[in-house]
Design a protein. Structure first.
Length: 232
């Protein structure tokens, strides 16, 4: 799995010459609010003076130093999030004053939000679809006979065993959608020229189906929980 080589400082306090987040991304450099030196868009803190920078608007993949693709390495995602979050622990900037601590906290919050987006397949797919200029599919749920059948079964279900069977069927289809999204996005991202209809429509349709399946699965979980007696 390809990912950015950037990462949290391995040693040294914020502002040490050896610490920092290496690598840059496309975008305009901005001056550090403390020393005025140029700071890259994705920089968590200034390489020159170590001052924590306020987070800039970035997509979740870029913020966590990951390649823009659907089938990301979830273990790498967790490592990137944990490492960057440690680097921006507000306590590390306590000696630099409230402003620096506020910037560090804002960076940590932005990192956490990016992590929450990428760890959720549906939110990750929406983020990637937006990045490649795709449009969410708006379809007729009744046109998908399989989903319509599952919804009808769920409406008729009146016991736990049937709910469990429906839940299993839904989970299998959810996993299939997640599996098919990866090649669909790869096809859209490697398209040589714009197509009519756009190549991204394939990924958008799979995503729409995934959302409908997940909505039914959530209903199953809710009804299943309501029928489960509380533990003493």
């Amino acid at each position: 799995m390809t990912s950015s080589k950037s990462g949290p400082p391995k040693s040294g306090p914020p502002g040490s010459s050896s610490g920092g987040i290496s690598g840059t991304i496309a975008g305009d450099l901005e001056p550090c609010g403390t020393c005025g030196r140029s700071v890259a868009p994705r920089a968590l803190f200034c390489h020159a003076c170590g001052a924590a920078q306020p987070p800039r608007p970035l997509d979740p993949f870029t913020r966590l130093g990951l390649e823009r693709r659907f089938d990301i390495d979830l273990e790498q995602l967790s490592k990137q999030h944990a490492g960057f979050t440690r680097a921006m622990d507000p306590e590390r900037f306590a000696a630099r004053g409230p402003r620096q601590q506020a910037n560090a906290k804002a960076q940590a919050d932005a990192l956490h939000e990016a992590y929450e987006v990428l760890r959720d397949p549906i939110r990750r797919a929406h983020a990637l679809l937006d990045l490649i200029g795709g449009t969410p599919a708006i379809g007729d749920e009744d046109g998908d006979e399989e989903i319509a059948d599952l919804a009808a079964r769920l409406a008729r279900a009146d016991d736990v065993l049937e709910l469990d069977r429906i839940g299993l069927d839904l989970n299998q289809r959810v996993e299939a959608c997640i599996k098919y999204l990866a090649p669909a996005f790869r096809k859209a991202q490697t398209a040589a020229a714009p197509d009519i209809p756009p190549v991204s429509d394939g990924a958008a349709r799979i995503l729409a189906r995934l959302e409908r399946l997940e909505a039914l699965a959530a209903e199953v979980r809710s009804r299943r929980a309501a029928r489960t007696p509380p533990r003493p």
